[in-house]
Design a protein around this ligand. Structure first.
Ligand SMILES: [Zn+2]
Length: 695
């Protein structure tokens, strides 16, 4: 998953058996379909209503049969779960659900008993948290360990957190409506009742019925379309957790990029998307396979979504979802798509068993992404990109304070906390630093590549905890186990995982010096106070810089205290027209400087930018800065003029921002409290501000 610009801090009834080759990992019918590793008992999974009983069942497969009604923004149909009780005496099945999901009836049959007729089951929906409810289903007496039970849930769902209905004016083409789902982290319980935990994986299939002219795509390995019936059939042949089930339906067309990759987009976007990605996806896949072993998912397609897509990108297996706004910047597009490709190994094939250890997916995927960019684009590019992100990590740390529980790799949260609130840069970058440290310990990056390849091979299609990775690492490198590397003073593995604060060590980025040094030199020139010598400034040719260099420069300038009007005027004179012709990643940062410093001469550019851009990643940070500074009235005026073109969810967020009177306070140093609903509310608000991160 790639986050928003300013880090939050974001399936024919063919019941195919899991391929025999996967049986050892997830398809053995004598075992639950995905068993968390040996350390799983340490994961209380308080975010899952079904936590108390999902280990009592093996979920073999599920099937969705849904009709999409764009006129009333509703999905109706049924879900069929193929479950095998794993223990005797299990009388209740508890699934995660959501108040936006209306259950009409629940039936069951036990085919292996010769009982083919449906038996109606009683059920009850209980409140659980503000992001879900608990669906309790009484099982029939015939449900016994080892025997398949098919539970059919007839239901409808409208606009829960997972489902984003876009009226046609919110699409790029503005001719047809579009709907997409976004399951990460715990949203898919509003899409279909499920064991909404990454600890449980299964195969799935789906039948989706839509009106004429609508194309449906899902995160599935196979698809079929019957024009006569207007029905799309999907099958995901590999076990996936609930959050990786994804759907998009609208006016979508495709162009093949290679034998296993194609790009999908609305027709008006497609030529640009093909031009920007053509030739690259297969190349990146090839590099990734060299490093980490075969790509396991068959297809590697990419679908570009309208600006209402709430994050930058999502690693839905076989079909990456990515926001169309990112097409403007080559550097960010390639980093984002490579990151999602890396999830094909790290996150999707091997998954964190609990959201409390999200770093296992994101830290490993970020490390893998940088191994791929190092091979494809060199050390210097990768070090520059890493420098931008580590800068942002330290910015977030300054805002949260060294003792924030959000800065732990292993977060412990209490009941009621929405795991989505815990998505932050530590998950990515502190996780990356820990993985880099492990690589450094083994002394040879290529040996570490082999370790990662074997780790994937060992655990593929399973969900693991951090201890599984560490135990495997120490078994793989016995000389490191003998040297007690996990206990090295100040760098203890336990301290990496459960300590607050910055990474215990960071990788050497000196290979990026030729790209980052001029950036720092230029920052130093501007930060000396007063207007710098124009001749000195002119020695830096920003038109020859990459997007990432300019972004690093602007991020570091944004870290400075308020700048005098004269300095802003000089910056504007030097760079404003250059930035105006560059991509949105550059423009947003310059305009944030304009807003924070109340530099009115550049106000027309802010207006033009916010009239053009309607994505969360480019609006929320700028509105935040306008409201926190002297230009709140301008924000109110622009919002009044543009709100009809914004998705209702974004409209709500911006309305909240506009109702603020001052910036959120930063954390005080003190003992680290547990992560509760109250603390995540505050810290998420802080995490959203001033971080300046893309991808
Ligand atoms: Zn990710």
């Amino acid at each position: 998953m790639a986050e928003v610009h300013q880090t939050p801090p974001s399936l024919c009834c063919c019941r195919r058996p899991v391929p025999a080759s996967l049986a050892r990992c997830g398809g053995d019918s004598s075992q639950p379909s995905a068993v968390p590793g040996p350390g799983s008992s340490r994961c209380p999974l308080v975010d899952v209503a079904s936590a108390s009983n999902f280990r009592s069942f093996q979920l073999r497969h599920f099937h969705l049969d849904l009709r999409l009604n764009f006129a009333v923004k509703e999905m109706t149909g049924w879900l069929v779960l193929d479950l095998v009780p794993a223990k005797p005496g299990v009388q209740t099945l508890i699934l995660d659900s959501h108040p936006s999901l209306l259950i009409q009836s629940i039936d069951c049959k036990v085919p292996e008993d010769g009982q083919e007729e449906l038996v109606s089951l009683t059920y009850r929906v209980d409140p659980f948290t503000d992001y879900g409810s608990s669906l309790n289903i009484s099982l029939p007496a015939a449900a016994r360990p080892g025997r398949l039970v098919q539970i059919s849930v007839r239901y409808s769902t409208t606009d829960g957190p997972a489902i984003w209905w876009l009226d046609s004016e919110l699409t790029c083409g503005q001719t047809r409506p579009l709907v997409f789902t976004q399951g990460h982290s715990v949203c898919n319980r509003s899409f279909f009742p499920c064991f909404d935990t990454p600890a449980v994986k299964s195969t799935y299939s789906a039948t989706i019925r839509v009106p004429d002219g609508v194309t449906v795509l899902m995160s599935a390995s196979r698809s079929l379309y019957s024009q006569r019936d207007r029905v799309f059939q999907f099958s995901m042949d590999f076990p996936v957790p609930s959050y990786l089930v994804a759907l998009v339906a609208g006016d979508l067309q495709h162009v093949d990029l290679g034998p296993r990759s194609r790009v999908w987009a609305e027709p008006c976007l497609l030529p640009c998307a093909v031009r920007k990605l053509g030739g690259s996806v297969e190349r990146w896949l090839g590099v990734a396979e060299e490093l980490f072993g075969s790509y396991l998912w068959g297809r590697c397609d990419v679908v570009f979504l309208p600006p209402s897509f709430p994050i930058v990108a999502m690693e839905n297996p076989c079909l990456t979802f990515i926001i169309a706004s990112i097409l403007e910047s080559r550097d960010f597009l390639l980093v984002d798509v490579i990151h999602e490709i890396a999830h094909g190994w790290f996150g999707n094939a091997v998954t964190n068993a609990s959201w409390e250890e999200m770093w296992l997916s994101e830290g490993l995927a970020t490390y893998a992404q940088r191994r791929i960019t190092t091979e494809a684009y060199g050390d210097a590019f990768t070090c520059l990109e890493t420098a931008v992100r580590l800068d942002a990590l330290h910015r977030q740390l300054r805002l949260l304070g060294d003792n924030s529980p959000m800065s732990k790799l292993q977060v412990k949260f209490e009941p009621g906390v929405n795991p989505s609130c815990l998505m932050n840069l530590f998950t990515y970058e502190k996780g990356f630093c820990f993985v880099s440290y492990l690589s450094q310990l083994c002394g040879d990056v290529r040996r570490f590549d082999c370790f990662l390849r074997d780790f994937i091979s060992e655990f593929r299609f399973r969900s693991v905890v951090a201890q599984d990775l560490i135990d495997y690492f120490l078994r793989y490198f016995p000389e490191l186990m003998d040297a007690s590397v996990s206990q090295r003073e100040g760098l203890e593995f336990e301290r990496w995982l459960s300590g607050c604060g910055p990474p215990l060590c960071e990788p050497d980025l000196s290979a990026g010096g030729a790209l980052t040094r001029p950036v720092q030199d230029l920052c130093d020139l501007w930060r000396r106070g007063g207007t710098p010598d124009p001749h000195a400034v002119a020695t830096f040719d920003l038109s020859a810089w990459s997007t990432l260099q300019i972004v690093l420069f602007l991020d570091r300038m944004l870290d400075l205290p308020p700048l005098p009007h004269g300095v802003m005027a000089a910056l504007s004179g030097c760079y404003s027209s250059l930035f105006d012709g560059l991509n949105a990643e550059v423009q947003i940062r310059w305009l944030q400087m304009v807003a924070r410093n109340g530099f009115y001469p550049e106000l027309p550019r802010i207006r033009a930018f916010l009239h053009k851009h309607t994505s969360r990643m480019y609006t929320v940070p700028l509105y935040d800065d306008l409201v926190a500074g002297a230009m709140k009235h301008v924000a109110v005026e622009i919002f009044d003029q543009t709100q009809r073109r914004l998705h209702p969810n974004l409209r709500r967020t911006l309305t909240q921002i506009l109702s603020q009177t001052s910036a959120a306070p930063t954390n005080q140093n003190g003992p680290a409290p547990p992560v509760t609903t109250a603390t995540t509310g505050t810290t998420a608000a802080i995490a959203l501000r001033n971080v300046n991160v893309s991808a």
